[in-house]
Design a protein around this ligand. Sequence first.
Ligand SMILES: C[S@@+](CC[C@H](N)C(=O)[O-])C[C@H]1O[C@@H](n2cnc3c(N)ncnc32)[C@H](O)[C@@H]1O
Length: 213
Amino acid sequence: MEKTCWYKEECCNEMIRGARGELWPTLDKSNHWYILEDLLRIVYGQTTPLLLDLGCGAGDLQNQQIVRDRYEYYGADLSNVINNVALEMNPRGEYVKCDVIKDMNIDFISIFDVVVMNALIDVMEHPIYILGKILKQCKKYVIIHRQNLTEKETYITTQTSYGGITNISHINKKKFFDIISRHKFDIISLKKTGLTSENHSLLLKRRETYKKQ
Ligand SMILES: C[S@@+](CC[C@H](N)C(=O)[O-])C[C@H]1O[C@@H](n2cnc3c(N)ncnc32)[C@H](O)[C@@H]1O
């Protein structure tokens, strides 16, 4: 996993260029932002607003109107990305340094009312395992934005990204829904993003009161 771009300091400059809109449109100008914004709107009507942007990258989500107006934002990412990308682009943000693969203890996640993962599970080599590890800690609402779901068995592809390579996960739909249900979440919304035929965005809500594990 250290071989992926996310662990490489030399890829951080490219992540900054991405966040500045030099490689593709920024979040608010992207063709999938309205889907994520809709989900944030649904959640806002129903819960207190402590939001964790897990795998935040540059932390651009905190700059969006709905988040600025309605949520208390925290970003979390690898320490190298927080130092070299998030703090460079959004120095006044609040961040947690964490590695969802390597860290044994990620129970800080359970503080948050809503956990947003925008293309985080998407880049995991073992997406089902990591999704389960994270869902175990999620108290109430979870947004999984930009995730490939497939009728085939789960498979991983690689692609160039920010001057390095990344994994891209394509999760078997049945296994994906099973793990969500096993962790006592209901699907409140499931939409296609339109980015690829497999790409989806979901809002989940915990069925039962969260018990710290
Ligand atoms: C495709 S980028 C998405 C970034 C951001 N959410 C966005 O939409 O612009 C994937 C993000 O996941 C982060 N990431 C990758 N592996 C991680 C890990 N093991 N723990 C925490 N974050 C990780 C990367 O550093 C990167 O910021």
